[in-house]
Design a binder for this molecule. Structure first.
Ligand SMILES: [Mn+2]
Length: 439
């Protein structure tokens, strides 16, 4: 028996010619690409928070959505949390996504103290466990919301008050326990308010030490309980704070090195956050794969004019295609996946809009994946790279890198050979035209 919230129980693959607004045209979970089912390549997950916890508010206005589990409709908070879970799993099932993701605050009501909040979470974890076993939907990752409650307004691990550090650590422990119990494949830390509003009241060195200590505590605890999933940090340059410490992938890598965690922690990269940092999505993914810390993605997009983190559903195949190209080239996802960290526009009031947003996004990702695979199979971009860097195959060129030649020796070589290197075309337009053939 369903809640009847959604207009359909299942969205099916109907192929490119379908004009059914609630059907897949490109996403066919069973279709095999390079020996792997599309579902296993993309590893889709739905985000609990945007779809079921967010009420449609923005900085200028309040709730726009009318959902039966919202506080204005239901006063029993635990009953509301259970109804929300029923509807959430109906959506996961209707879409056929294999995974979901959640924060503690998305699934359980806030208690009057830490003890009650933890008890609410434990009770809801049992509900989720039951729903997961009924539907076969799995947990891609869990995380702690350490940014919404006012106690976290000056940060969680970077808070000037050690009691907030302690409260945050205990909250993370409870969320890692929940993730472990539910068989989660990763645990994510997004530094919600780990940053500053003004340097006038901020000790940067101290806050870096506190944040590094917290992440080491998390990694130690992972090993202590035997959690085999991946610990992921999610970069973002600003919002909600003026400056977020986990600015981008490169900044996170420097932080991990500084605290001895570069082999323990990877990154969860969000398209919208990459754009806020002045990067493209594929820049962040390519940087992470180059540094050996690529983990998972939060798939969405920003509005390019607004300058905010608008968390819209992705609908640009070339952007998504290049992102998956870099992911496939690096071997594809291991424990990570494609989490739709995306929300409706606040005027999209209907339950059907939730299904349409996700289904359209899944189709865009499927098209992008297929384009990425065809480019990889064709090998044109790799051939262009091999040609461009071909000179480095030479053993004398290698000697400049492997320590056999010092500056004197290299200088002697330039003089004795009378080296006079001639520039070669970077062929950017040819390569851009090449990519468009596949999109
Ligand atoms: Mn975002």
């Amino acid at each position: 028996m369903t809640t009847g919230f959604f207009p359909t129980e299942k969205i099916a693959f109907e192929g490119e010619d379908s004009n059914n607004p609630l059907a897949f045209r490109h996403y066919n979970a069973e279709e095999v690409i390079d020996g792997k089912r599309m579902e296993d390549h993309l590893r889709f997950a739905c985000a609990y928070w945007h779809s079921f916890a967010w009420q449609g508010e923005d900085p200028f206005g309040g709730q726009t959505f009318d959902r039966p589990w919202f506080p204005d409709r239901m006063s029993d908070e635990m009953a509301a949390a259970r109804l929300k879970a029923d509807v959430a799993f109906e959506m996961f099932t209707a879409l056929g996504v294999p995974y979901f993701c959640f924060h503690d605050a998305d699934v359980r009501p806030e208690g009057t103290d830490f003890r009650e909040s933890s008890r609410n979470l434990e009770e809801m974890v049992e509900v989720l466990e039951q729903k997961m076993s009924e539907t076969g939907v799995k947990l891609l990752w869990g995380t702690a919301n350490l940014f919404s409650h006012r106690r976290f307004m000056a940060g969680a691990s970077t808070n000037p008050d050690p009691d907030v550090f302690a409260y945050s650590a205990a909250t993370i422990k409870s969320c890692m326990d929940a993730t472990f119990k539910l068989g989660g494949e990763n645990y994510v830390l997004w530094g919600g308010r780990e940053g500053y509003e003004t340097l006038l009241n901020t000790d940067l060195a101290r806050e870096d030490q506190q944040m590094g200590r917290m992440l080491n505590l998390v990694v130690d605890y992972k090993h202590k309980i035997g959690f085999k999933g991946t610990i992921l940090v999610e970069p973002k340059p600003q919002e909600p704070t003026k400056h977020q410490y986990d600015f981008d992938v490169s900044t996170v890598y420097g932080f991990l090195k500084r605290h001895g965690l570069e082999n323990e922690v990877k990154v969860n990269i969000e398209q919208g956050h990459a754009i806020l940092a002045g990067h493209t999505f594929e820049h962040e993914i390519a940087t992470a794969t180059a540094l050996g810390i690529f983990g998972s993605i939060d798939m969405n997009r920003n509005d390019y004019q607004s300058g905010w983190d608008t968390d819209q559903f992705p609908n640009n195949t070339p952007e998504v295609g290049l992102a998956y190209y870099h992911i496939l080239k690096a071997g594809g996802f291991t424990t990570g996946g494609t989490n739709f960290d995306a929300k409706l526009r606040r005027q999209s009031l209907d339950p059907q809009d939730l299904l349409a947003g996700h289904a359209g996004a899944m189709d865009v990702c499927a098209r992008g994946l297929k384009a990425a695979f065809r480019m990889l199979e064709d090998g044109g971009l790799q051939k262009a790279l091999d040609d461009r860097y071909g000179g480095w195959q030479d053993s004398e060129a290698q000697n400049m890198l492997n320590g056999k030649m010092d500056l004197d020796a290299i200088s002697d070589k330039v003089l004795s050979r009378d080296l006079n290197p001639q520039p070669r075309s970077g062929q950017q337009e040819l390569l851009e035209n090449y990519v468009n053939r596949f999109m």
